[in-house]
Write a protein that binds this ligand. Sequence first.
Ligand SMILES: *Cc1c(COP(=O)(O)O)cnc(C)c1O
Length: 443
Amino acid sequence: MGQAPATTTAGADDLSVWPASTARLDHGDLGVGGVSLAGLAERFGTPAYVLDEIEVRERGRTYLHAFPGAQVFYAAKAFLCRAMAHWADEEGLGLDVCSAGELELAVTAGFPPENIVLHGNAKSPHDIDAAIRFGVGRIVIDSPSEIARLVAAVAPGGRQKVMVRVAPGVMAGGHDKIRTGTDDQKFGLTITDGHAHHTIARILDQPRLELTGAHCHLGSQITSVKPYATAVRRMVGLMARVRDSHGAVLPELNLGGGHGVAYRPGEPALDITALARTVRAELDESCAAARLPVPRLLIEPGRAVVGPAGVALYRVLAVKRGGQRVFVAVDGGMSDNPRPALYGVRYAPRLIGRRSTAAPRRADVVGRHCEAGDVLAADAELPGDIRPGDLLALPVAGAYHLSMASGYNLVGRPPVVAVADGRARLLVRRESLDDFRSRDVGL
Ligand SMILES: *Cc1c(COP(=O)(O)O)cnc(C)c1O
C-alpha cells in the first residue's frame, strides 16, 4: 500500500466502471469475460480493444426490459462490426445507422433491413439509394430538401416509412459538441419557428412517403432524466398541433439516445429504469392532456449499450517528466481514441500484468502521435514506478473509439477482440501497412 492515503488506493482499485465480468487475477492482472487482459495483450498485441460480448448483450436486454413495448434501436455509430450487428439482432434490437456504409455492413451481415432506421443531416444520393434498395424500415428526414429526393427514389406505387427529425429546443449533453437538441445546431427542424410543423405538412402531402412519427435526439452523455421529460412534452405538443391542423395522428415517437455512462469511478450515469419510468409517465400525461393516443416509443441508445463493455489495452513506451508533469506515453493515442482531444473526456486507466506497491502519483497518459493535444488520460492516477514495457488497460472504451479512429501517422487501427465464457476471438483485425498501401494507388 506504500504511503498512499487509503482513499486514493481504494479509488485506484475501484472496478465499478468495468464490465461486470471483471475479476482480479494473480500478478496484478485483470480478467474480463474469463480471459486475462495481459494474456490478450501478448496474443493480439497492443493497442487493442477488448469487448465483453455478454456485457453488450446484457445491456441491450436491460433496455428491452426497462422499456416494454418500445422498439430499441442500437446506434451503430458507437461501434459496428458484423458480430455486433448479429448480437443486436439476436437480442431483439433494431439498428440506427447514418450512412450507406453502416447500412450495407449490417444488411450484408444478415441484419433485417426492416429493423433499421437511417439517419443523417446530409444524406448522400448513395445513402438514399441504398436505404430504398435494401428496404430500411424508416428514414429520418432532417431537412426539407430531402423530401423531393426521397420521393424521386421511391418506385411508383411504392411507399417508404419516414420520420422527421425535430430539434425540440432542449439543452442537454456532456459537451457543446455533442448537444443536438437545441435550435442553434445543424440537426433537426426547429419547433419554435414552425420549421418542424411546416416540413411535416409537406411530408404528409407525399403519397409515396408514410410519416410514422417525430424523432429527436437531444445529445450525448446526458446523465439526467429531466431533459427527456421536457422533450416528450414538446414533441407531444407538436404532434397534437399536427393532428389539429392536418388530422394526422402520428403513431410513433422516437426519443433518440444519449444516455450517459460513467467513465471514471464516482461519475454519474443515466439510470435507465428511472428514465423509462419518467418518459412513460410524461408520455401518458402529455398525451392525455392533448387527447392524443399514446404513440409507440422508439429509443436509440449507442454509448450505453457498448461503451462500458469495452477495454482498450496499451503498452507503455516511455515515461518522462516535463515541468510539473509526468508523461506516460503509450503505443496508441488519438488515432484510436480522439475523444479526449475532441471533448475533453477523462478516463481512469489502470496498470495490469504486474503488481506494484509503489505509491500512486498523477500522470498524463499521452499517445504517440505528433500533436501536443494527443492526451489519452490527463491526470490519471498510476503507480509511481510505472515504466516502459508496462501494460495499461483503459475501461469504458467500447463506444466511439474504433468508430472514430483514424489513419493518423499510419499507425494502423487496433484490432477488436471479443471475450465471453473464458474464450477470446478476433472480430476485427489490426490495420496493417498493406491496408494503407493497397489504397495508395497512384505514383
Ligand atoms: C448518436 C445518436 C444516437 C446514439 O447516441 P448515444 O449517445 O451513443 O446513445 C442515437 N440517435 C441518433 C440520431 C444519434 O445521432
